[in-house]
Design a binder for this molecule. Sequence first.
Ligand code: GLA
Ligand code: GLA
Length: 712
Amino acid sequence: MSAVSTIAATRWVRWPEAHTLADGTESPASGTARIAYGADYNPEQWPEEVWAEDMRLMREAGVNIVSVGIFSWALLQPTIDSWDFGWLDRALDLLHANGIAVDLATATASPPPWLTEAHPEVLPVNRLGETIWPGGRQQWRPTSPVFRRYALALVEKMAMRYADHPALAMWHISNELGCHNVYDYSGDAAAAFRDWLASRYGSLVELNRAWGTAFWSQNYSSWSQILPPRLAATHPNPTQQLDFARFSSDALKGYLIAEREILRQATPEVPVTTNFMVMGETRGMDYPDWAAEVDLVSNDHYLLVADPQAFEELSFSANLTGQIANRAPWFLMEHSTSAVNWQPVNQAKSPGQLRRDSLTHVAHGADAVCFFQWRQSLAGAEKFHSAMLPHAGEDSSVFRSVARFGSELAGLAAVAGSRTRQARIGILFDWDSWWASELDSHPTELLRYKTEAMAWYTAALANGLQADIVPARSVLHGPGLDGYDLVIAPMLYVVTDALTDALTGYVGSGGHLVVGVFSGIADADDHIHPGGYPGAFRELLGVRAEEFGGLLAGQTVGLSGQVPDGSTGSLLTHDVTVQPDVDVLARFDDGPFPGVPAVTGRSVGAGRASFVATVPDTATLVALVGRFAADAGIASPLPADVRGTVQLAVRETETLEYLFYINHSAQAVTVALTPADGRLAAVDLGGSTLAADSLTLPATGVAVLSRERTGA
Ligand code: GLA
Ligand code: GLA
């Protein structure tokens, strides 16, 4: 492991000491292994008579932790100078008396109306200069000194009041920092942006160089002239936009640290977390850069039902969260038991989906399965959002599934604390490239960063292979690429010299690197690496292109060579020329550059460097990944007939492996087992059948098996 790691330390939930519960039974000792199970709990939405029923049903469901107080500021501090902690005291005492631990929020996520009335200057401003008004939630500027003063005063109060509460197991800072307010263009933001730029660049000369302000008469002669990228007459300066994305992530991180410092002061022994949103297109917060600031990584994940690859996206996000947590256990803070309320169409989940989604997170390292929320609201914007206890009440399929799954998780306690096994394929994922590659004024606006990364991930799954989504920053500032036999760089658009050197070193020492389209193009200032594309990787790959051949939506070009018949590329092509020692695997049949190399490979030392100069169709990408993996000596542990249908993700302890067989399909699947699979023992079958030579999974089924580690 390298010396400087920016990856999170691993502290876990501080489970309460054993104590006698209200019904006279004993709660488990704090060190007892368990997977956390629970939800956001909003008792303030209900009369206190309902709380007793909540306790009964939480216990019936196996709930052992709840997040409390997330949106409670206006009730905890009803006016600027009055406080009311009585109800929260009673809720925490009641939870403790029922053996349910508390992930206590700092309650700062949404400022109360009195605050925004007294101080409208805390309200965010959008890029058009319009105020974001109260009425929803999270209407605060990340850089507002006034907001910070009031919010931190609340954190201080919460920390002092509950520091010694026996139910306090973890602190939950704010909520989904940046969910609605990551980009604020206010005067506060402008001032903080200037400070951030001054510390990044040191001088205006350097800033003018980095931003390329000789272009379009943008040269700054005073810091006061610099603004966030507000609505401009035409394409705003790209480096200004990229820096504003970096700054906005940093501003929220700074706020996170400010809350955390107060909590650490009051309760150094209580872990602090905040719920990340590693999901879908959420990209405002550079979580690999945030991870070192929390004691344990937590994540919220919601399926986007209209996405045909919604389930693969869940797997991708769960894996990425695990990598951000350095493959140590992480906390699934929220997902849904059934439908959400905020998509255009909100579909219910089947009981099998609830279990499969939850266990897919566990397979990728989650030691907690929590939901939004415990009891479905009767009022407010989220009244149609599912919960553990739905409108229909305990006599419902959802509650029965929730309770059944709770007892199942209790049986998986042995898995808690194990780490996810490093895959042999790493797919680099980089927030700078995500931000910069999708700015305006590019060769095409049809290329999407996450879509490209997902395409490579699902192509690995289709080959029966697990890939890790590796934060690119960990190559230089984390554990590096040791252990990866194949590294794929999809759309790695921003590449520094240090990263080029590291990847060149990786290939030189025997690694296999595959570079996808629109990679190696720009440096950290979003300036082009000149001399031909793909700039930073030209030398390593032995290729050079002079032009981008963008393709219109729906347009494809044929590919032929060592690719399946009928292979096509789309979105982007290049006029590639190659060095003499480069193998051409496929060429473009037609399109802007007919006859030119489209897929290349080159042996470099003991390693190999390959380039894919277009966006291959799915079947072609699957074939290419199969070939690249075979070249790197990677074989699927799954029989050929179930690859792409069944995913195998593995967690491990010093002595044991836990194998999660996940059926992605809506049909039952039988996986043939061979002697090479070793002696497999059932840990949690959930409707699957384990025989000596096969495992049969029902539709959307997940089976957890274990075996002894060989060579451990
Ligand atoms: C116009 C402008 C130029 C340049 C080109 C780009 O013609 O006058 O400055 O922006 O568009 O196509
Ligand atoms: C987010 C929030 C929750 C809730 C859910 C609904 O994750 O953190 O408060 O709004 O979305 O899906």
